[in-house]
Design a protein around this ligand. Structure first.
Ligand code: FES
Length: 110
């Protein structure tokens, strides 16, 4: 891991911050970690300007892995690696959330 600066983690360029819960209660840890590893690789491969954080629990311990995208405030349920690919294309790159997988929307700045 190691200590990094805000610049080194891509903070100044970030347009979004993604939080992914990897279980163990909302999904099997292996399932959550598979999505997490895919998410990290996909953001890097496609040069998506987003910060990412692996969350231990987002307090809705069912139907995971949960992905929350800020500042949009979009909550996605059951995010598999395959689903993340579509979320990346349509939401993170295209700007339109994948409505069929959205469970809640609450931008925190109103
Ligand atoms: S363990 Fe994922 S929301 Fe609680």
């Amino acid at each position: 891991m190691g200590a990094k600066t805000f610049e080194e983690i891509g903070g100044p360029a970030a347009r979004r911050h993604l939080f992914l819960c990897t279980g163990p209660d909302c999904c099997a840890p292996g399932q959550g970690l598979a999505t997490w590893e895919h998410l990290k690789a996909s953001l890097k491969e496609h040069a998506i300007p987003a910060l990412r954080t692996k969350a231990a629990c987002l307090r809705m311990c069912h139907d995971g892995p949960w992905l929350v995208v800020y500042p949009d405030g979009v909550w996605y349920a059951q995010v598999t690696p395959e689903r993340f690919d579509r979320i990346r294309r349509e939401h993170l790159e295209g700007g339109t959330p994948v409505a069929e997988w959205v469970r809640a929307v609450n931008p925190l700045v109103k």
